[in-house]
Design a protein around this ligand. Structure first.
Ligand SMILES: *Cc1c(COP(=O)(O)O)cnc(C)c1O
Length: 393
């Protein structure tokens, strides 16, 4: 099922009557064992196991088939592999397309656990990783090797929010026979059309905006027609499967994804504009702001923004940011984002997470996830926070 408008896709995706049997929502189907009425039926299901057929619980149930359909309706592509968390989706996709002796180009601003996986597990498996500048664009060509199989992108980058020229990177990759993977968690399938911009595998921590309520861990990888059979087979081989209760909650979250994103965007833009005028703030790292590296690419390729962005302070030390964060009423401290609630994080030691580029900013970086609370309450919370910050300076 493909819908032209994302707002429609998130409402209608996965609701084929073959899964819903006539009720609105696909039911939670708990299963390990599937029992067959005859040898012939068992044989048929076994032969058909790649095609959304009940066969054995690990291979999927009506709940997972419906959720996979919904993700394909949202993102496009041919099929969706489902993983127990976003990190498993990233590692599962990489393991599915890399083998010993291969070379991987990994963006320098990747989510920290993605980097860790490359440096620890992939290195041990004989797969070489080269990190590259998120703003490299077509310049990625100079880093290509004969054995480069995957270019991994994440746009905007984790914490520092650099927006990547994915089409330019994809053009080079495809000319050299490599594939492009994207950590599309920020875009959430809503703000960036991965496949229209040359991505071969679009990965999400559905944990974030798709689930949207901070109560489920889930990952997805949607592949093009050409790559889907290999991704599906390898995610089966890795034994990846997820609970139908979690998938049900994820589908329920997805139904309001469009309206939630609009409100996250509106609240975040108001707060970012307010922050831009604060004397303490050096610059805003929000893709919709010209102070954000890659802003022009965001304008060209994205259809909007969400609740997640960062800002850099002119000066400050840990004692001052701690005084600010410790007293927040609405912005709670937490590592995740994408739920309905506001979160705040002071990030230290960014230079430790970068090897191909240098993080030269002097002041501390604060990352916000702007939730669905009334924006005036959130601004008041931040204003009081700055008062504590300034007192502790
Ligand atoms: C949270 C996150 C992940 C990992 O997702 P989990 O479900 O927590 O494993 C991957 N990429 C990005 C950009 C994330 O923010």
């Amino acid at each position: 099922m493909s819908s032209k408008h994302k707002a429609t896709a998130v409402v209608s995706g996965g609701r084929d009557s073959k899964w819903t049997k006539g009720v609105v929502n696909p039911p939670v189907m708990r299963a390990s064992t599937v029992v067959f009425e005859s040898v012939a039926q068992m044989k048929q299901a076994t032969g058909n196991r790649a095609n959304q057929t009940l066969f054995y619980g690990r291979r999927g149930t009506d709940t997972s088939f419906a959720f996979a359909d919904a993700m394909v309706a949202l993102e496009g592509g041919e099929g969706c592999a489902i993983y127990p968390c976003g990190t498993a989706a990233i590692t599962g996709a990489l393991l599915s397309f890399l083998k010993a002796g291969d070379h991987l180009l990994m963006v320098d601003t990747a989510y920290e656990p993605t980097r860790d996986f490359c440096d620890k597990m992939l290195a041990n498996l004989g797969i070489e990783t080269t990190y590259y500048d998120p703003l490299v664009g077509a310049g990625i060509e100079a880093l290509m090797k004969a054995n480069t199989k995957v270019i991994f992108t994440e746009s905007p980058g984790s914490i520092t929010m650099e927006v990547q020229d994915v089409p330019a990177i994809a053009e080079v990759a495809h000319r050299h026979g490599a594939i492009v993977m994207l950590d599309n968690t920020w875009g959430a399938g809503m703000l960036f059309d991965a496949f229209a911009h040359g991505v071969d595998i679009s990965i999400q921590a559905a944990t974030k905006y798709v689930v949207g309520h901070s109560d489920v861990m889930l990952g997805t990888a949607v592949a093009t027609k050409a790559l889907w059979p290999q991704l599906r087979e390898n995610s089966y081989l890795l034994g990846q499967c997820t609970s139908p209760d979690d998938l049900y909650l994820a589908m329920r979250g997805m139904r309001t994804l469009n309206v939630r994103m609009q409100q996250h965007q509106e609240n975040a833009l108001k707060i970012a504009n307010w922050l831009a005028h604060r004397p303490e703030v050096d610059h805003i790292r929000h893709p919709a702001f010209s102070s954000c590296p890659g802003h022009d690419v965001w304008q060209r390729d994205f259809t909007g923004s969400n609740g997640l962005f960062s800002f850099v302070l002119k000066q400050g030390h840990q004692k001052a940011t701690t005084a600010m964060l410790d007293g927040m009423r609405h912005f709670k401290m937490g590592y995740s984002w994408g739920g309905y609630e506001s979160l705040i994080l002071a990030v230290y030691g960014i230079e430790r997470l970068r090897t191909a580029t240098e993080w030269q900013t002097q002041g501390p970086l604060i990352r916000l996830h702007v939730g669905l609370e009334h924006v005036d309450d959130l601004i008041e919370d931040l204003a009081d926070g700055f008062e504590r910050f300034n007192q502790a300076l």
